[in-house]
Ligand binder design. Structure first.
Ligand code: ASP
Length: 506
């Protein structure tokens, strides 16, 4: 049976079999030392000259070779202990060595943090970069945090439900990744920008408390620390008010930090709630950094920003699907060319409750005439100056929801085509509901003191969306295209600007 390296101390004078990678080899003439590494730690293995054949074999070993050792666990001689290793009081006196695979010299060094190495090289050889202690630790913390979240929410009566990856576009303000359908040529699935509509439909289905550690896809031009695909903690609850959602998130994060990141201090619990207008006035930002001491790595200052405006005037349509025709229809507005867009998303409930008391017709008339006046039931969670999540209480009245789509420039036909399923569902007994989505990569980046989200993901892409290790995106076989009824009219080389980035430049 294999012994994990971390456990060798429990087997003093016993025989063990250990497996792993050669971290270093030190040749002291009559004696060879190997530091052997598995995922749990490092052990020193000793080869003497008494067994010539074994000694010769050990002499051939090089860094990163994969080997199996059989030997006896011994206490190290006095004064030879290594306090830097958890196994540092012990060593293995080797009796047998099996070389399982050899390794070329690695193209990147893996013994340090790796920040100093060119990132392209790190990403191209990510499977080696992941051998680095720091990144392994990040992946482990990520796993522990996800497990904690799953257990915590399960205890609170939440059900994790997977929603489709091949679906229909949900507007979250970015461009969709499209997947062509082979069976219905000319039609496309959209990869989810978020599971927004599915989770709302799960509320109609009576699930009441849903969550999902969900992969989301947004096709955006290179912008800072973004990734084309990222992971959200997505959740939705029925029969709740804004404060229910906020208190739940606050309790979850407080417990998560306490349990998995105990070295971190939260500046203030309960997390402050700050009005959007107040945040802009006081900090000139809707994601203020409220840490008392910004040099202290272990301080976490959470703040909820609430009471966002419902709509903002967008000079350019932010939805990829906004056609030129729609732009022209709206061009008559006094604010210049553009359209009203939801600050969060259209499914958000308008807060102006005093107006709702009027009859519905009057309320709808008012919101259509005064979109700039409306406050949304929207909230963001900010930590140390980063927006780490956002959500809202939803509009569950189909007539009002339809009016919101109209304000955003959709005509009736459009609305039916794009959102008919949701409007229909809301006719069959929909509970009032609300939720939030939290960007887990970004949260983990902050919790692990990393400078960007790529450091907490196993296989991130470059800023311009390339997977350097696998070589994606890549060209596909002509026959694959033919089956899909597609033809490539023009190609763009890596690094040349997209139409969208050209437009913003002009
Ligand atoms: N779907 C939203 C987002 O991804 C979050 C929400 O409203 O729950 O930002």
């Amino acid at each position: 049976m294999r012994t994990w390296i971390q456990d060798i101390g429990k087997k003093e004078n016993g025989e063990v079999k250990i497996y792993g990678w050669v971290e270093t080899r030190r040749d002291h003439g009559k004696i060879i030392f190997i530091d052997l590494r598995d995922k749990t730690g490092i052990a020193q293995v000793v080869f003497g000259t008494e067994d010539k054949e074994l000694y010769q074999k050990a002499n051939k070993l090089r860094n990163e070779w994969v080997i199996k050792i059989e030997g006896t666990v011994k206490k190290r001689p006095k004064g030879m202990e290594n306090p830097n290793l958890t196994t540092g009081n012990f060593e293995i006196s080797a009796k047998n060595l099996e070389i399982l695979s050899e390794a070329k010299t690695l193209p990147i060094a893996i013994d340090k943090d790796g920040y100093e190495i060119n990132e392209e090289a790190r990403l191209r050889y990510r499977y080696l970069d992941l051998r680095r202690k720091r990144i392994f630790k990040n992946l482990k913390c990520r796993h522990l945090a996800f497990k904690f979240i799953r257990d915590w929410l399960t205890n609170k009566g939440f059900l994790e439900v997977e929603t489709p990856i091949l679906g229909k576009s949900t507007p979250e303000g970015a461009r969709d990744y499209l997947v062509p359908s082979r069976l219905e040529r000319g039609k496309f699935y959209a990869l989810p920008q978020s599971p927004q509509q599915y989770k709302q439909l799960l509320m109609v289905a009576g699930i009441e408390r849903y969550f999902q550690i969900a992969r989301c896809f947004r096709d955006e031009d290179t912008r800072g620390d973004r990734q084309p695909e990222f992971t959200q903690l997505d959740l939705e609850m029925s029969f709740v008010e804004e404060h229910d959602v906020l208190s739940l998130v606050e309790a979850l994060f407080t417990d998560l930090v306490k349990k998995i990141f105990p070295e971190k201090q939260i500046t203030k619990i309960p997390f402050p709630r700050l009005d959007y207008q107040e945040a802009i006035k006081q900090y000139n930002s809707d994601k203020p950094d409220l840490r008392k001491n910004k040099n202290n790595n272990n301080e976490l200052s959470f703040v909820f920003i609430v009471n966002f405006p419902m709509f903002e005037w967008k000079k350019e349509s932010s939805y990829a699907e906004a056609s030129e025709g729609k732009e022209k229809r709206l061009a008559g507005r006094s604010l210049g060319e553009g359209r009203w867009d939801a600050v969060h998303h259209p499914f958000t409930r308008i807060k102006n409750e005093e107006l709702r008391i009027k009859n519905r017709g009057e309320f709808i008339k008012y919101i259509k005439e005064n979109p700039q006046e409306l406050i949304a039931h929207q909230y963001d969670l900010v930590c140390n100056g980063y927006e780490i999540g956002g959500g809202s209480i939803r509009e569950h009245n189909p007539e009002i929801l339809e009016a919101v789509f109209e304000i955003m420039g959709h005509n009736k036909k459009d609305i039916r085509e794009k959102f008919g399923h949701l409007l229909d569902a809301f006719e069959y007994g929909v509970p009032p509901h609300g939720g939030i989505a939290l960007g887990l990569d970004r949260i983990l980046m902050i919790l692990m003191n990393e400078p960007n989200i790529r450091e907490v993901m196993a296989f991130p892409k470059t800023g311009d969306g390339r997977d350097l290790m696998m070589g994606a995106p890549s060209e596909v076989d002509k026959n694959q295209l033919k089956e899909l009824g597609l033809e490539i009219k023009s190609r763009r080389k890596v690094g040349t600007p997209t139409e969208a980035s050209e437009k913003t430049k002009r």
